[in-house]
Design a protein around this ligand. Sequence first.
Ligand code: ADP
Ligand code: MG
Length: 258
Amino acid sequence: MSDTPLLELVGATRTVQGRDLVSDVNLCLHEGEMLGIIGPNGSGKSTLLSMMAGLLPPSRGEIRLAGQPMARLRRQQIARRLAMVSQSADTGDRISVRDAVELGRTPWLGPLRPWSARDDEAVEAALLAVGMDRMAARDWSTLSGGERQRVHIARAHAQAPQILLLDEPTNHLDIHHQFAILDLVSQLPVTTVIALHDMHHALRCDRVMVMQSGRCVALGAPLDILTPALIRRIFAVDARLIAHPADGLPLFAFQRLA
Ligand SMILES: Nc1ncnc2c1ncn2[C@@H]1O[C@H](COP(=O)(O)OP(=O)(O)O)[C@@H](O)[C@H]1O
Ligand SMILES: [Mg+2]
């Protein structure tokens, strides 16, 4: 292990038509951590994740992957280290679940490196990790939203990245599958950045970054950051921390501001 951060953002800014969608974000991702990004709609979470994934170049500042400026890396070099599950990732193609997960192996293949047993193993392990191994032959179009989300994560897992970027992976899922996805992600042996809406999900992260109007307005341990004052300021709701009646763990009670 070296001291070079896996992913580093220095003054990362993205300007479109004179407007900063992401403004001056500084971040050093800790190896093995789960970093949650929360913020109101339109605060720049998806834009920031796309910048971290190397899909959108910063207009100012720099993003470094394992010490290398992202702008100088080839797509394949990035994809060997980093996988992204986008907010509305979908496919119109008629493909099976296994086909979708096999796509994750693309960065590791080449003229001198054809598909091998190693790739089959990675795909099997990924399908197993998300509990989709028995559905490998199913047609993608027949899957439910939660199953699709699991397959997206399996595809990213098969890619064997060091960093996993997830944009609101629990959206449109019922409460059971929200927990299942979060449990799954937190068990994966990768460094994770996850955009979230649910503040209770954010409590499960190692650190939380709060975005507002493209800026990082707070970064730190969830309970240090998600204070009633900050939640009131950013989300315009009253929030109180209470103890869960069963295990005493912290919970938010929200109320509309009077
Ligand atoms: N390609 C684009 N051109 C212009 N504005 C954009 C573009 N992409 C996103 N935006 C705007 O940037 C802001 C941040 O969007 P986004 O990153 O999607 O926020 P979030 O994911 O937090 O909801 C929004 O106001 C959105 O309308
Ligand atoms: Mg978004």
